[in-house]
Design a protein around this ligand. Structure first.
Ligand SMILES: Nc1ncnc2c1ncn2[C@@H]1O[C@H](COP(=O)(O)OP(=O)(O)OP(=O)(O)O)[C@@H](O)[C@H]1O
Ligand SMILES: [Mg+2]
Length: 335
């Protein structure tokens, strides 16, 4: 039984306990001396004992969350995450216990993400390293010759490793806010043109690029970073484009003083249930983890970080009858 549990203020609870203790002590002492005829020292002792028993009953459960929080905090310091404190009161101690529970839940989630990240990074690094090691061992053992074909395979794996490491560095710098953006006015058209020019160098010949951009449109942002976003989107579009196929890049002005960039392809499209998840780190919709044809699943995660730090949005949608479309919105330049 916790008589004061429903009260919302610790001060009020303490006030009631103190007043009750004083009244009980006085009342019990008087009763013991007057009616029972006990000596006053014995009567006072009995009054105090009765008051302490009542205080114990009234204040029951008030400090339990504090003791539990201390125990959970000690467990967390030892690396045990995810434990919660039982909350039964509505006063300030209950409020503190609820905030404490929110904090432990968030810390447990951060810890889970960190572990997942380390596992993913190790996995992604191990795959090309393993392939490289196998080829090198064959060459050293004389099983295969260091001919141009073997060297090309090794170079491809080394490139993959290098790309992965620079993507990871990029992500951690973006997350830590270490790379300040060089914000200025720029023409989205130029960004689309240079991204398409670069993509043409590597893309199969029967994938064609089309650019449609409003001429005088000016966006506000870091052109280098937005270029990186568009390059990532175009790279995906080319990878999934049918042969022959068309990759379309568009820039136009949108609602609320925004610039809208779109990259479209005619490939299979992103499955409806993956439209959100493709922006997660290491998420690869088609499950081609470690296969040579795909990357690590970081391109769209990096794109989302950059766009959101610009105060913009990025989303993926499906095209009818087929194909995918990534839509980026950025603030328009005021100049
Ligand atoms: N244009 C597209 N058409 C179909 N699926 C796509 C397209 N773009 C992205 N996806 C899906 O989203 C996933 C995540 O894309 P993301 O760019 O983040 O990673 P990735 O291209 O696999 O690797 P990385 O970009 O790190 O080299 C892809 O693996 C793919 O399944
Ligand atoms: Mg990609």
């Amino acid at each position: 039984m916790r008589p004061l549990q429903s009260l919302g203020s610790l001060k009020l609870k303490l006030g009631i306990v103190i007043v009750a203790a004083v009244w009980i002590t006085a009342g019990a002492t008087i009763a013991a001396v007057r009616w029972l005829g006990l000596p006053s020292i014995v009567g006072a002792g009995a009054g105090v004992a009765l008051a302490l028993a009542c205080v114990q009953l009234l204040a029951r459960g008030t400090t339990r969350p504090l003791r539990e929080m201390a125990a959970v905090a000690t467990a967390m310091a030892g690396g045990e995450h995810g434990r919660q404190v039982a909350v039964s009161s509505n006063d300030e101690v209950g409020e503190l216990a609820r905030a404490f529970n929110r904090m432990t839940a968030e810390l447990a989630e951060t810890d889970r993400l960190r572990r997942e990240l380390v596992a993913n990074v190790s996995h992604e690094l191990r795959t090309p390293l393993g392939a490289l090691q196998a080829v090198l061992e064959n060459v050293v053992d004389g099983v295969s010759e260091p001919d141009p074909e073997t060297l090309r395979t090794m170079l491809a794996q080394t490139r993959r490793l290098g790309r992965l490491v620079s993507q990871l560095l990029d992500l951690s710098r973006l997350e830590a806010g270490e790379q300040p953006f060089d914000m200025r006015s720029f023409a989205p058209r130029e960004i689309l043109e240079s991204a398409a020019r670069e993509a043409r160098l590597h893309a199969p010949e029967d994938v064609v690029f089309s650019i449609d951009a409003t001429a005088a449109l000016e966006a506000h942002g870091d052109p280098e970073r937005i270029h990186q976003v568009v390059v990532n989107l175009v790279e995906n579009a080319v990878r999934y484009s049918p042969r022959p196929g068309q990759v379309a890049l568009r820039a136009s002005s949108g609602a609320d003083h925004s610039v809208v960039l779109e990259v479209e392809d005619e490939g299979p499209g992103i499955p409806r249930e993956d439209l959100e998840r493709v922006f997660e780190r290491f998420y690869r919709g088609d499950g081609r983890r470690g296969a040579d044809g795909g990357g690590a699943g970081l391109g769209l995660a990096i794109a989302r970080w950059i766009v959101e730090l610009h105060g913009g949005t990025i989303r993926a949608q499906r095209r009818e009858p087929q194909g995918s479309q990534i839509v980026v919105t950025l603030p328009q330049s005021d100049a």
